[in-house]
Write a protein that binds this ligand. Structure first.
Ligand SMILES: Cc1cc2nc3c(=O)[nH]c(=O)nc-3n(C[C@H](O)[C@H](O)[C@H](O)COP(=O)(O)OP(=O)(O)OC[C@H]3O[C@@H](n4cnc5c(N)ncnc54)[C@H](O)[C@@H]3O)c2cc1C
Length: 354
């Protein structure tokens, strides 16, 4: 255990003040024992996997940060076909790579996403038309209210668009995750137009999982969405805002406001979604006038120069700088189009200024 250590070392934004203590758990048993002991002692606990979806305040966390480092990957099969099971702290992309190397498909569209495997159900991680919930077989949880361990079916996790019952709730620890796989190295059906075009296949067709992984990684690197310590565009929490879903009662008004601003000859990206129509947060941010690299080259926190949806630390930013920028972007989109953007990462000891 170390004391009063800055949490910036544990987040991909490289932001966050000190925790009272930091404990790294190298296996599942120590994770269970540590969290149980801290809970009994009434000590606040902050679980951290890869720290890639966390915005931690400059004053830090008044409790113990538990770093999930349990690793291990096992392949198996049952009547429904092959699957892979991993300890929560296993690096997600190493898990995806291991499945592709072992000749299985399924997870390839989720290549290059930072963080730990066990955290992926927390916000139902998704990219390029696939969400982990599509492949999830089960999750082993520690119930912090009872101290019990149990395997839970995906249908009990409340998985939705970048959310689940686990997100922002301090009730459970993911210990182990298990994913169904496709045999014969076949990818999931390609549901994302840009990816299908790059692969030269029709939407809905499958391809070689290895090829899909390579193409996805290439697309992600181009957008600054694969971690690279040398590239400040990747000192981020990925997409900072979720794509807003506009209810049927408001969508005509919102489209009219967008058309007013951008003209009616511009195609507005819009997709049917649960509860209405999903718009693209990145597109709205750009059309509201926020350019890549906004506000300027001197600002310590800026929009990525590759993708307007990523808010980045250029090296000496504070969390205060970051949330001020986020509020600026949120307000600009609201003023332009009447659309409220909501942050995707989990905020700890900080919030967006109103
Ligand atoms: C460059 C970049 C690109 C990204 N691209 C994508 C993308 O394409 N799609 C996408 O969906 N996300 C993306 N993200 C966001 C992020 O990578 C994912 O949400 C990832 O699953 C977070 O994992 P983590 O281990 O880093 O979580 P952390 O940031 O460590 O934690 C996130 C939350 O989960 C909690 N938590 C951590 N471990 C556990 C556990 N074992 N049990 C219960 N709760 C836990 C934490 O307390 C916190 O509330 C991206 C982020 C970055 C920086």
């Amino acid at each position: 255990m170390t004391h009063a250590q800055s949490l910036s070392a544990y987040t991909t934004l490289r932001l966050g003040g000190p925790a009272r203590a930091v404990v790294e758990c190298a296996d599942t048993l120590s994770l269970v024992e540590t969290v149980t002991r801290l809970d009994h002692a009434g000590e606040p606990v902050l679980l951290i996997g890869g720290g890639s979806n966390l915005v931690i305040g400059d004053d830090g966390f008044g409790g113990t940060a538990v770093i999930v480092r349990s690793t291990g990957i096992e392949f198996g099969s049952d009547d429904d076909g092959p699957f892979v099971t991993a300890a929560a702290g296993t690096d997600w992309d190493e898990l995806v790579a291991a499945t592709v190397d072992a000749g299985f498909g399924g997870l390839e569209c989720l290549s290059g996403i930072p963080g730990a495997a066990g955290t992926t159900p927390v916000q139902n991680v998704g990219a390029y038309g696939v969400e982990v919930g599509d492949l999830l077989r089960g999750v082993e949880l520690l119930d912090r209210t009872t101290g019990g361990r149990e395997w839970v079916a995906p249908s009990d996790l409340g998985l939705g668009y970048r959310t689940s019952k686990l997100k922002g709730a301090d009730t459970h620890v993911v210990l182990t995750v298990s994913f169904r796989l496709n045999a014969d190295a076949v990818s999931e059906p390609i549901a994302y137009r840009e990816l299908a075009q790059r692969l030269g296949v029709d939407e809905g067709a499958t391809a070689s999982a290895r090829l899909v992984r390579e193409v996805v990684l290439g697309l992600r690197v181009g957008k600054g969405m694969v971690l690279d310590a040398e590239d400040h565009d990747t000192w981020s929490a990925g997409s900072f805002f979720t794509n807003p879903v506009i209810g049927d009662d408001r969508i005509d008004r919102v489209i009219a406001a967008i058309t007013d601003r951008v003209g009616d000859d511009v195609r507005i990206p819009r997709f049917p979604a649960d509860g209405g129509t999903k718009l693209s947060a990145g597109w709205l941010i750009e059309r509201a006038g926020f350019t890549r690299g906004y506000p300027d080259e001197q600002a310590p926190a800026r929009l990525s120069t590759k993708h307007t949806l990523a808010l980045t630390n250029r090296g000496d930013a504070t969390t205060d700088d970051l949330v001020t920028l986020a509020a600026d972007v949120r307000d600009g989109v609201r003023d332009a189009f009447g659309v409220e953007l909501h942050p995707e990462p989990v905020f700890v000891s900080c919030s967006l200024p109103r």
